[in-house]
Write a protein that binds this ligand. Structure first.
Ligand SMILES: Cc1cc2nc3c(=O)[nH]c(=O)nc-3n(C[C@H](O)[C@H](O)[C@H](O)COP(=O)(O)OP(=O)(O)OC[C@H]3O[C@@H](n4cnc5c(N)ncnc54)[C@H](O)[C@@H]3O)c2cc1C
Length: 482
């Protein structure tokens, strides 16, 4: 950095009192990640209120060579929004850019600023009898900018795809402060590279997302939420295939939950109740939906799917939510797994994918393999079976010291799991991104050609390396050996 005092004075003047702070108490909540794994420092926190202000502050950073860490709701799972310890980066919060500029039911589109919280978009869409077809457990804090930057997934990917599919247009500020304006969606546009897609999933390393045009769908007319108890994850896979064959396009979500996770959630939420009276090794949470006007027979379809599965011996027991309230209660159980687990104690989390058809076999083999290799640990896998993506968490043995265990045995566990996933042809990050958590692992296991392409793109768009340094893009091999 050239002259910190001059930079700070100019930034304060540019953004005013509401848009700039160095107050340690105001900054503290934003300097640790959601999981409490990473903590850092920052020179200051900037909270611009418009694209023009983002552009001006980024230009100022470029002039003074100040690193920038973009941040939305700080709900990310890979430490991507947490600055390092040095304290020389500017934390750039997009949370004040929270306007929903337009919800248009005719064009089925919405234009949102980066800081709009996902739940607020759901509510605004519902006011116009529309819906935004992406949801996840962190919806009360995750922002549109963060969801785009991480190409978030969630529980409706099975039918509607990841964030990448929802983004029709994008506006972003690049490392030199220039504004990339591709907010107006075009159904057909073959003017070369799709640059907005390059920015999606780039975790703040190529540009700062300031606004987006997103896809909306008409609100659903009816839904059926099913909870099934199963003997094994293999049976869950068979049930998924059965649901796909019978429900077709009505199948919106298919999540798996092992007994261990359900127990953790029931301990964590005192008012929550077990959906089935009996206990089961595995559970499947299934959502079927029908759009307004095509709702005939959804409950009958749900009932026949379950009775056929029962007759085939695929499920041990099942129920269908009797009301919207009960449906929400079922989903709350699923969405509370991460907070419940966080309360239990240390765990190494792995957000992994393998080809959908192989996931059940992967879990059946990987769980005992990990537990045998690291005695005292318990491995659990839960989540988006229909997408070939589970959260594979390895819980620490009792009485380990939080912090020490993660940096010691925890690291060896992650390397072991990532090696396994790579051998099965999968990905070490299915939906949470790379951040600082998996950057070295991506460098170790990634395809060298793909990594070289990533480094070239980063160098071209951010030659000073100021955008979210230390995140996502692995160091070049020569830099590692220095
Ligand atoms: C309980 C819980 C459940 C979750 N479940 C899921 C799930 O099922 N699926 C899933 O995919 N994720 C899930 N997540 C993770 C999380 O919600 C996503 O990673 C989310 O996309 C991050 O949004 P955010 O606004 O909080 O971003 P942050 O955490 O603030 O930032 C995440 C990354 O994006 C960058 N970034 C943020 N805003 C911008 C911007 N405007 N421009 C450029 N870069 C930016 C940051 O630098 C960082 O690298 C869950 C989180 C929680 C807490």
């Amino acid at each position: 950095m050239r002259d910190p005092d001059a930079f700070l004075a100019s930034a304060a003047e540019l953004l005013g009192e509401r848009g700039f702070t160095r107050d340690p108490d105001l900054m503290a909540p934003w300097l640790t990640d959601w999981r409490g794994r990473y903590a850092g420092n920052a020179l200051a926190m900037a909270s611009p209120a418009s694209t023009e202000e983002v552009s001006a502050i980024v230009r100022l950073c470029a002039r003074h060579r100040v690193p920038i860490v973009p941040q939305g709701g700080n709900s990310g799972m890979s430490g991507g929004a947490t600055p390092d310890d040095d304290g020389d980066a500017l934390l750039l919060s997009l949370r004040r850019m929270n306007a929903i500029r337009e919800v248009n039911a005719d064009s089925r589109q919405t234009v949102c600023e980066a800081g709009v919280i996902l739940q607020n978009l759901h509510d605004a869409a519902a006011d116009k009898q529309m819906r935004f077809p992406l949801t996840l457990g962190g919806k009360g804090s995750a922002t549109i900018g963060g969801l785009i930057a991480t190409n978030a997934g969630g529980t409706q990917v099975l039918r509607h795809g990841t964030m990448r599919t929802q983004v029709l247009g994008l506006e972003a500020v690049l490392a030199d402060g220039s504004v990339f304006d591709a907010l107006t969606p075009l159904k057909k546009d073959n003017r070369g590279f799709d640059l907005k897609q390059l920015l999606i999933g780039s975790e703040g390393t190529l540009g700062i997302v300031t606004a987006a045009t997103l896809r909306l769908l008409p609100e659903i007319g009816e839904r059926a939420v099913l909870w099934a108890g199963l003997r094994s994850i293999g049976d869950a896979r068979r049930l998924l295939l059965h649901c796909e064959a019978r429900a077709g396009n009505h199948l919106e979500g298919f999540e798996v939950i092992p007994a261990h996770c359900l127990t953790a959630v029931l301990d964590h939420l005192p008012d929550a109740r077990r959906p089935l009276a009996s206990e089961h090794a595995w559970h499947a949470l299934i959502e079927l939906v029908a759009e307004e006007g095509v709702t005939d027979g959804l409950s009958e379809l749900a009932e026949s799917i379950l009775s056929e599965a029962f007759e085939a011996g695929t499920i041990e027991d099942a129920t269908i939510a009797a009301s919207e309230t009960q449906a929400e209660q079922f989903w709350l159980l699923r969405d509370s797994i991460s907070p419940a687990e966080r309360a239990i104690g240390p765990a190494m989390q792995h957000d992994i994918s393998v080809p959908v058809a192989r996931m059940a076999d992967f879990v059946e083999q990987a769980v005992p393999e990990v537990e045998a290799r690291f005695p005292g640990t318990s491995a659990v896998a839960f989540g988006h079976l229909g997408d070939g993506n589970v959260h594979f968490h390895v819980l620490a043995p009792p009485n380990v010291v939080r912090g020490e265990w993660e940096d010691g045995e925890g690291k060896a566990i992650s390397a072991f799991v990532h090696d396994l996933v790579t051998r099965w042809g999968g990905s070490i990050s299915a939906e949470h991104g790379i951040g600082q958590m998996k950057r070295d692992e991506l460098g170790r296991l990634g395809d060298p050609v793909a990594l070289a392409m990533m480094r070239s793109i980063k160098q071209a768009l951010d030659p000073q390396g100021l955008l979210n340094p230390g995140k996502l893009v692995p160091l070049a091999p020569e830099a590692c050996s220095n």
